[in-house]
Design a protein around this ligand. Structure first.
Ligand code: PGA
Ligand code: ZN
Length: 420
């Protein structure tokens, strides 16, 4: 039927994310009975160059704009024309960083639209987006110990200590490895005489009051034990999220543990030392979000480690182009609500892959039960997916990847991992 994918109705409402903050949820219905429902996530350590999440009046104002200005323009359009729909969102917004309609409004509409189109054909979103090529399962990057802006004041300055099950033969095994690493780490933390009462940060990682150096030791032990028990290679990574503790006026990284201040050169040496000592395979945002030159220097100094830009690139193709031209980083985080629409997200992912930058599709610290992230990671062929290890809103996405792997059956493969 020709009008199967025409948008018939758009509904939206306020719901809550995993931190209990209000967020926007959008539903799009097509004439062929397709439905797409998406709610937007939210960051805590948001990048300076991300789009603006909401208009000044928050979710309520976003919902009003959606009803009065956006829905009337989109109803009657073809949901398959994703780029046209995304262009209209940007045109209605009219600002450089989506501050009129809100980046989260754009995100929810854009992805709900893709879902509605897929659902009109009875296709899972990952297949609608990626076709026959969408059969590579991403390696899950699992946050097992957390600090920074995701946890309490006594926790490490470094935001995330990550388990990466690189030796897994399938996604199920990979997910099991991260869960085991999380459990093993709990036992190690309980054995030590530290203030630890089972508390977790926003993403479900353990949040003990320990220094960064101690956190490195405990996590290394947990990961080694996990590798031994599960029988394949599990590697160690970190998200430093260093913009959170970079002091612009002094141009230093301030670690509240030990009260140490590191200059850019010292920060690079500190990171290189950790990469060597712990065979880190992944270091995200080791330098602050304006320091392309520092990223270039660090990237040139290490081999066999992903230097990942999150706040540096904010899923923005122009910022990525600058990084590629300099050789700053060799991998990047993909978070669609940093940039707003799925079309812009796809453009950034494709540009990254053409330039051999490795993509890591990622959750936000504030998440909802929405599982679209799992589909986008497979559909866009990202070799890694960062989505936490435990907690309802995290496990929902892991379980959806398990379903995708089952759906693919013997066609499923683990992603190919290579360094630029
Ligand atoms: P977020 O941070 O709080 O902005 O979601 C997650 C991250 O830095 O990767
Ligand atoms: Zn990050």
């Amino acid at each position: 039927m020709p009008d199967y994918t025409i948008i018939e109705d758009i509904r939206a409402r306020k719901v809550f994310d995993s931190r209990g903050n209000p967020t926007v949820e959008v539903e799009i219905y097509t004439r062929g009975g397709g439905v797409g429902r998406v709610s937007a996530p939210a960051g805590a350590s948001t990048g300076k160059w991300e789009v603006i999440a909401y208009p000044p009046g928050g979710v309520d104002e976003a919902l009003k704009i959606l009803k009065d200005e956006i829905a009337p323009r989109l109803i009657g359009m073809d949901s398959e024309k994703q780029e046209e729909i995304d262009a209209i969102l940007k045109e209605i917004d009219g600002s450089p960083r989506l501050s009129h309609i809100g980046g989260n409004t754009a995100y929810a509409i854009s992805i709900a639209n893709a879902l509605a189109a897929a659902s009109s054909y009875d296709l899972p979103l990952f297949m609608y987006l990626g076709g026959r090529n969408a059969r590579y399962m991403p390696y899950p990057v699992g946050n097992i110990l957390g600090g920074g802006k995701h946890a309490g004041a006594g926790c490490p300055d470094i935001q995330e200590f990550l388990s990466i099950p690189l030796g897994a033969k399938n996604f199920m095994e990979a997910a099991q490895a991260n869960i085991l690493a999380h459990k093993n780490l709990r036992n190690i933390l309980e054995r030590e005489n530290i203030p630890f009462f089972g508390g977790k940060g926003d993403e479900g990682a353990w949040a003990p009051a320990v220094s960064d150096d101690k956190a490195f030791e405990y996590v290394a032990e947990a990961i080694e034990k996990t590798s031994d028990e599960i029988g394949f290679e599990v590697r160690f990574g970190v998200d430093v999220a260093s913009s959170s503790f970079w002091r612009e006026e002094e141009d230093v990284y301030f670690y509240k543990h030990g009260g140490k201040k590191l200059t850019t050169g010292e920060q690079i040496d500190f990171i290189v030392d950790k990469i060597k000592s712990y065979r880190l395979i992944y270091v995200e945002d080791p330098l602050h979000e304006e320091d392309f030159e520092g990223f270039r220097e660090l990237t040139s100094k290490v081999r066999g480690c992903f230097i990942v830009g999150d706040d540096l690139f904010v899923t923005n193709i122009e910022r990525l182009k600058k990084g590629v031209s300099l050789g700053a980083a060799n991998a990047l985080i993909i978070k669609p609500n940093q940039v707003g629409t799925i079309s812009d997200t796809i453009a950034t992912v494709e540009y990254a892959h053409e330039n051999l930058y490795t993509t890591v599709f990622s959750h936000r610290s504030g998440e909802t039960e929405s599982v679209v992230l799992a589909h986008l990671a497979v559909g866009l062929r990202c070799p890694f997916v960062k989505l936490g290890v435990v907690g309802g809103e995290r496990i929902a996405k892991i379980n959806e990847l398990i379903r995708i792997e089952e759906y693919l059956g013997s066609e499923a493969r683990m992603a190919k991992v290579r360094f630029r």
